[in-house]
Design a protein around this ligand. Structure first.
Ligand SMILES: Cc1cc2nc3c(=O)[nH]c(=O)nc-3n(C[C@H](O)[C@H](O)[C@H](O)COP(=O)(O)OP(=O)(O)OC[C@H]3O[C@@H](n4cnc5c(N)ncnc54)[C@H](O)[C@@H]3O)c2cc1C
Length: 242
């Protein structure tokens, strides 16, 4: 297998045009390749500057999960820190998790940030939403979002070999009318549900939870709803919201 390490997006595009398979840390594909045979060509994004950005409002697809630090909002940092084991996080990439894995612990976090995906298609780079990124499995270069006022994430304990543990992500952004918009995204099994509630700045958690109860989140099983309730309450009582 030839592994290419292009340093520009146009060189990356050339590799893809020649049939190279994108690879991150190979934490998912290695076992399949050993079983079914290695591709002739693979391409890593780790030397492409557009895929290695890491900042308050951007995260590159080639960034390793263990590198996701407090430059990004808490919701993303905690999501990355909750994936698998330390060994997995030292090798796995943001792109491999969001596009390549079925668990996608980063997806609820990216959804509450209302992140946009910068992807590379046949015609060049363009921006799309997360639903299209995941459905069409585009080649992800980076995520971009507007920094939230506050955010949070929690993952319930799971049993090894059991269903995926329940995940809830929250973020509050200021809206144009001087109020706040709370976004909540959960992963329940393999299903991801994202909802939001607009409210006046300083509105109490019970009022916002009542509104969320009337969305499909209200149909979650009691343990999952309790995790949503606790996470929403923690987020809305963050002193950062004033
Ligand atoms: C022990 C273990 C525990 C795990 N626990 C969790 C967990 O708790 N939560 C969770 O979410 N996941 C978990 N995972 C899955 C983990 O998220 C993935 O293994 C990892 O994120 C894949 O990243 P990678 O860079 O190694 O991808 P790779 O294995 O390199 O690639 C996987 C797929 O993604 C594609 N890909 C890679 N980069 C891109 C890109 N930039 N754009 C588009 N496609 C791309 C590849 O072509 C390939 O099809 C676990 C995995 C293991 C092995």
């Amino acid at each position: 297998m030839l592994l290419s390490l292009p340093t520009t997006v146009s060189a990356l595009r050339e590799c893809l045009a020649q049939g190279a398979v994108p690879v991150g840390g190979a934490t998912l594909v290695w076992a399949t390749w050993q079983r079914e045979g290695f591709p002739e060509q693979a391409v890593s994004l780790r030397e492409v500057p557009e895929a290695t950005v890491l900042g308050r409002e951007e995260l590159g697809a080639a960034v390793l999960l263990h590198q996701v630090d407090d430059r990004v909002p808490e919701v993303l940092r905690r999501a990355a820190g909750s994936v698998g084991t330390g060994a997995v996080r030292r090798a796995a990439t943001v792109g491999g998790n969001l596009v390549g894995s079925t668990l996608r612990c980063l997806l609820p976090a990216a959804l509450v940030l209302d992140a946009r995906a910068r992807v590379l298609g046949g015609e060049g780079t363009y921006e799309t939403d997360l639903a299209e990124l995941v459905a069409k499995r585009h080649l992800l270069l980076s995520l971009r979002w507007h920094a939230p006022l506050t955010s949070g994430y929690r993952k319930l304990p799971g049993d090894a070999g059991g269903p995926p543990p329940f995940v809830v992500a929250t973020a509050v952004h200021a809206d144009a009318e001087g109020g706040h918009l709370l976004r909540v995204a959960v992963r329940d099994g393999y299903e991801v549900i994202a909802e939001s509630a607009s409210h006046d700045a300083g509105a109490g958690a019970p009022e916002v939870l009542d509104a969320l109860r009337r969305t499909p989140l209200g149909a979650l099983p009691p343990t999952a709803w309790e995790a949503v309730r606790a996470q929403v309450t923690e987020t809305l009582t963050d002193p950062a919201l004033g």
